[in-house]
Design a protein around this ligand. Structure first.
Ligand SMILES: O=C(O)CCC(=O)C(=O)O
Ligand SMILES: [Fe+2]
Length: 306
């Protein structure tokens, strides 16, 4: 397995829990990016889709989310502006990662629930981890709908995640929201760096105040980005693995089937909905990738002291 972090302690913590927290932006940069959002959002073309793109046809998107904006130019500018500020900072933390998608996420009062989900897979997760750097530009807490995660749920579920691929946790979403989430209250400018495969969620903003966050998604420099595409009218037991790039994500539109992307291979799909009991069991069980705990730790665990 390839490293995510330069620092060994952060690496260990990330591999154990599926996320870490680090200081990221100073106040000046937070203010600059907040202003940048209000400047850029004037160009927003509005949201492209009903919730379908996020996997649920009955769900209505009630937050501003750059990725599904109709204006491609606005998406590109947002990506550039975020990355300009983030680049020198993550290069000192992450071990040789490149950015592919940059988002602002804004929730208005009494709205903005982000359903329980895992982010799509953006590279081969058997061989590496892709990350989202999540940085609120205002203090984020339970009242204004901060990010909530299921610790240690990374690399356990939905190995081939994509917009149309059925989700094995779909039927127990409510139970997970009720019983397994941990809210990450976060000061403006601090970052949560998430494994994109961790199960996460955020509730509505119950306050009058602004709830504005940045998400920058990165993959290892030497890996191609991939996109798992299912076409249910052909088969719901097969997934095409497409090689894609930053441009693909900028132009992504849920109504447009991928075309012209390089098809690497096809993989079988046979995941079925699981129960809450199995959810708990799987979290404690092995990961789907090739990560191995240091041998000594495994031995200790086996013999009962850890
Ligand atoms: O900011 C949020 O509420 C959601 C963020 C999220 O889903 C992500 O960063 O992957
Ligand atoms: Fe997410």
């Amino acid at each position: 397995m390839r490293n995510v972090f330069i620092d060994k302690k952060l690496e260990k913590e990330f591999q154990e829990n599926g996320f870490v927290r680090v200081p990221f932006l100073n106040k000046e940069k937070v203010d600059y990016l907040k202003n940048t959002f209000f400047e850029l959002v004037k160009e927003s073309g509005g949201i492209n889709v009903p919730g379908e793109v996020l996997g649920d046809a009955n769900y209505e998107v009630t937050y501003d989310f750059t990725f599904i904006d109709k204006n491609i130019d606005y998406k590109k500018k947002t990506f550039r502006k975020i990355n300009e500020v983030f680049d020198p900072i993550y290069n000192d933390i992450l071990d040789n990662y490149k950015p592919i998608i940059g988002n602002f996420i804004r929730k208005k009062k009494d709205a903005g629930e982000v359903p329980l989900h895992q982010n799509w897979a953006f590279a081969d997760e058997e061989k590496c981890s892709t990350v989202s750097i999540w940085v609120p530009l205002v203090d984020s807490n339970v009242d204004n709908g901060t990010l909530q995660v299921v610790p240690k749920s990374h690399k356990r579920f939905g190995k081939t995640r994509g917009p149309i691929v059925p989700w094995e946790l779909e039927e127990i979403k409510g139970n997970i929201i009720e019983n397994h989430l941990v809210p990450l209250e976060t000061k403006a400018g601090d970052a949560v760096i998430l494994d994109d495969s961790i199960v996460h969620y955020s509730a509505i903003n119950k306050t009058e105040g602004l709830r504005l966050t940045i998400q920058l998604i990165l993959i290892p420099n030497e890996f191609p980005s991939i996109h798992y595409h299912m076409n249910p009218s052909i088969s719901n037991e097969k997934i095409e693995v497409l090689e894609v790039d930053h441009e693909f994500y900028m132009n992504f539109n849920p109504w447009k089937l991928p075309e012209g992307e390089k098809r690497i291979k096809e993989v079988g799909f046979n995941e079925k909905p699981i129960s809450e009991k199995d959810f708990i069991k799987r979290i404690k069980g092995p990961r789907f990738d090739k990560y191995h705990k240091p041998i000594l730790k495994r031995a200790f665990e086996k013999f009962g002291f850890s």
